[in-house]
Design a protein around this ligand. Structure first.
Ligand SMILES: Cc1ncc(C[n+]2csc(CCOP(=O)(O)OP(=O)(O)O)c2C)c(N)n1
Ligand SMILES: [Mg+2]
Length: 323
């Protein structure tokens, strides 16, 4: 397993903690009524987005899901524009008209979140085809859940990507549930990655709460895609700590002891412990300072959002591409 440099490990820690602090604030502000639409928290799953995106270059492209803030942050999105979008302000990524599930930033290769389960997978497979036709070695990555893996667009996309050897990585975030439905009740086989055999491509299962393991597996899949050898299914076993959405009445029937057990496998705590166990790589003071800087950046993003205007009523008819 390739081990990333201490600098890259600290950067991955910083990104995971940024996602966690962003999500904590987004949940609080949504419950306070300051954020519109809905918020799906990525807390507990941070190692997947960060481990995969750390294996990518800026020019590589990703697509996200309804639970998309983590992917945006890991690909380098601007926190101010993200928070402003959640706050429905004109300075947001979609000028305040999209909200949490529609953040995109083509400049950094983030092709968008998507409120349609499995809806992003064919879109980013098209990006993989474009990358192949351009021939410059870019790769494309689909993030999607265990629930999405049971939808037709997943199978159609993987089939054509395998047949045409597209430079794709299909990253399944298997957090064991689709809303309230346990994966054990909806998947014919426990591992989504085992389906890769049906398409003649590699299927890899990895501990999705171990950012170093995710990064190593993603690095291998990216190398394969860049070399023209085609797609990989990378299944990351993980867990969301919070209910499906942040709505106050959101049901959550998952067993309390199961939630508690997964919190013991905290991806952030694990990397902190790993770095601190190696002399000089992260002192307690450095970790506290890193967290304080992240909290300050989140606070700044909220101040930016609150100081920004709402979109004008007339702007509702701008940026409309069909009527
Ligand atoms: C086509 C479609 N069907 C149903 C829904 C409602 N829905 C939103 S999220 C979700 C579950 C998705 O589960 P999974 O893919 O495992 O992602 P997770 O929420 O666990 O990250 C469902 C059914 C939807 N948004 N789109
Ligand atoms: Mg799921």
């Amino acid at each position: 397993m390739s081990t990333p440099s201490p600098e890259l490990q600290r950067e991955m820690l910083r990104q995971m903690q940024t996602i966690r602090r962003f999500e904590e604030r987004a949940s609080d502000d949504f419950r306070a009524g300051d954020i519109y639409g809905v918020v799906h928290s990525y807390i507990g799953e941070e190692a997947v987005a960060v481990g995969v995106c750390a294996a990518l270059e800026r020019r590589d492209q990703i697509i996200s899901t309804h639970r998309g803030h983590g992917h945006c942050i890991a690909k380098g999105a601007d926190l101010n524009r993200m928070m402003a979008e959640l706050y429905g302000r004109a300075t947001g990524y979609c000028k305040g008209k999209g909200g949490s599930m529609h953040i995109a930033d083509f400049e950094i290769g983030m092709l968008g979140a998507n409120g349609i389960v499995a809806g992003g997978i064919p879109i980013v497979t098209g990006a993989g085809l474009a990358a192949q036709l351009e021939g410059e070695g870019r790769v494309a990555v689909a993030f999607f859940g265990d629930g999405a893996s049971n939808a037709g667009p997943f199978h159609e996309s993987v089939n054509i990507a395998a047949a045409w050897k597209l430079p794709m990585i299909y990253v399944c975030e298997n957090n064991l549930y689709a809303v309230q439905t346990p994966a054990a009740k909806s998947l014919a086989q426990p591992d989504v990655a085992s389906r890769a055999a049906g398409y003649g491509i590699p299927g890899v299962v990895v501990d999705g709460n171990d950012v170093l393991a995710v990064h190593a597996a993603a690095t291998a899949a990216v190398a394969r895609a860049r070399a023209g050898d085609g797609p990989t299914i990378l299944e990351c076993k993980t867990y969301r700590w919070r209910a499906h959405t942040e709505r106050p009445n959101q049901p959550d029937s998952r067993p309390a002891d199961e939630i508690a057990a997964w919190k013991q496998k905290d991806p952030i705590g694990r990397l902190v412990a790993h770095l601190q166990a190696q002399q000089g790589q992260l002192t307690e003071d450095e970790w506290q300072a890193m967290d304080a800087a992240i909290l300050a950046a989140i606070e700044d993003s909220v101040a930016f959002a609150k100081a920004s205007p709402f979109p004008t009523p007339e702007s509702a008819l701008e940026d409309v591409f069909a009527d």
